[in-house]
Design a protein around this ligand. Structure first.
Ligand code: SF4
Ligand code: SF4
Length: 469
């Protein structure tokens, strides 16, 4: 006897009805599936979860390897430390990420949403918890409809316990990037966490639990700004996940050995599997929709059906509007080249800025008093030099004036600073001549590493003097 692919028999072969993606409880219960894109997504999400949950526990040189130390206004990332003065680089990095997202969206649509967005990744993880505790799609629909019983209570409790466990871990990890994670975890375990840390851990726990457990696709559809404006970035060559209606219609069930053309059917057997696996509950056969997050679950589902039917894969696939209209997808096109070029230039500029970042910083503040006469009757101005050692080692520095003939720096001119130490050094500058030639002159102060002279920094200030002495 020939094997029949399970199909929904209630559909007329040539007059497809609108598929209801949601069950009668108005919830989306996705069906499990396997396939190439699911494997890719799991590998990507696994890597991101490992990076997110694992990195925070790494140590480097006696401190947490990645830590945005809010109390000290420093951002440590492995061997590098960034100071508030360097945060312009962080802004540049964010702009680069935004441009990267634009470029990838022009090229391949919503791959960010489908594969790497934390909202999607956590939702898939929470859906997996749901499957483990409440069973497959049909079991979950039955459980939802069933009256409360011990079984339902136990399964629901297990699901929410898992969701909450992951949420607490996420909240703790997130806050751990801003407050050292080890003492933070110890405080949480001993129930001694309080104040600001407790507020933020609870906040991110609640956000994870709500967003991934309850809101899910609603976040993508109604709250995410990227979902709203990304369609303007699409062009006719952007890769989107689409159903090949020319090949699939008319849809309808049939036995495997029946040739579709013999019964006036296309390749779609109307099994609804593509709808049942969709996390946003849409039917890809209705065309490109804002709700589609580009997760490719429907491709995997449909390919598995095509394999069973002995048809070619790709009834639902990554394709472009041009390709669907019988043309070719143009990979190199002006908008994509433009985005990529800008992206490359910005990345190169950021690398240059990072490499050339001064590892010692100097700020000069002039004393509020304009000038004074010292004991030798010479004009003197007072300054405070703020020096920051941005390296990971103790360094010895020399302080001096650059190209300032006729002036003398007085006070401490050699200092030694520990890694990350900030020092305020009071100094004075004396005009060696009896009479000034100008009432105000720019002076350049310089700090130079004694052992590594290529590490240096400079800052300007004014020297003022009376003209009518
Ligand atoms: S239509 Fe397909 S690609 Fe889009 S969200 Fe649903 S399953 Fe994912
Ligand atoms: S497109 Fe594929 S998965 Fe969807 S109903 Fe048709 S055959 Fe089934």
């Amino acid at each position: 006897m020939s094997e029949r692919i399970p199909t929904v028999e209630t559909f007329e072969p040539i007059h497809p009805k609108k598929v209801k993606a949601k069950s009668s409880d108005n919830l989306i219960h996705t069906r499990s599936f396997t396939g190439l894109f699911r494997t890719l997504r799991m590998a990507g999400a696994g890597f991101l979860f490992l990076a997110f949950f694992g990195t925070v526990w790494l140590n480097w040189g006696g401190r947490q390897a990645v830590l945005w130390d809010l109390a000290e206004s420093k951002f440590h990332i492995f061997g590098a430390t960034f100071w508030p003065q360097d945060f312009i680089l962080l802004s540049a990095l964010l702009i680069i990420c935004a441009f990267g997202l634009f470029a990838i969206t022009v090229f391949a649509g919503r791959v960010w949403c489908g594969y790497t967005c934390p909202q999607s990744s956590f939702t898939w993880l929470f859906m997996w918890c749901e499957k483990v505790t409440e069973g497959e799609r049909n079991q979950r629909i039955k459980l939802q409809a069933a009256p409360w019983s011990l079984n339902k209570l136990a399964r629901r409790s297990a699901k929410h316990t898992l969701w909450l466990g992951i949420s607490v871990l996420t909240g703790l990890t997130f806050v751990g990037y801003f407050t050292p994670i080890r003492p933070l975890a110890a405080e949480l375990l001993s129930l001694q966490m309080g104040g600001v840390s407790l507020f933020w851990v609870l906040f991110f726990t609640g956000a994870t639990y709500l967003n991934a457990g309850w809101l899910r696709e609603a976040v993508c559809m109604h709250m995410c700004p990227y979902a709203r404006f990304q369609s303007v970035m699409f062009d006719k060559d952007t890769l989107t996940i689409s159903y090949d209606a020319a090949r699939g219609e008319h849809r309808g069930p049939r036995k495997r050995e029946v040739k579709p053309s013999d019964v006036g059917l296309g390749d779609c057997i109307d099994c609804q599997l593509c709808v049942q696996v969709c996390p946003t509950g849409i039917d890809i056969r209705d065309g490109l929709q804002m709700e589609c997050i580009g997760c490719a679950a429907c491709i995997d589902a449909c390919d598995s059906i095509m394999d069973k039917m002995g048809y070619a894969r790709g009834l639902v696939s990554y394709t472009s509007e041009h390709q669907l209209q019988g043309g070719k997808t143009h990979l190199l096109r002006p908008r994509l080249i433009g985005y990529s070029a800008v992206l490359l230039v910005m990345i190169a500029a950021l690398v240059v800025a990072l490499v050339g970042r001064p590892m010692v910083s100097l700020d000069v503040t002039k004393d509020r008093g304009m000038f004074r006469e010292n004991s030798q009757g010479l004009i003197e101005n007072i300054y405070s030099l703020k020096v920051i050692n941005k390296t990971q080692q103790r360094q010895d520095y020399r302080l001096e004036l650059e190209d300032a003939a006729g002036f003398q720096l007085q006070g401490k001119t050699e200092i030694s600073l520990a890694p990350g130490e900030i020092s305020d050094i009071p100094v004075s500058v004396v005009l060696l001549a009896d009479k000034p030639t100008t009432s105000s002159q720019t002076l350049r102060f310089k700090v130079t590493d004694i052992d590594e002279p290529w590490i240096h920094s400079a800052a300007d200030s004014r020297f003022v003097a009376p003209m009518n002495r």
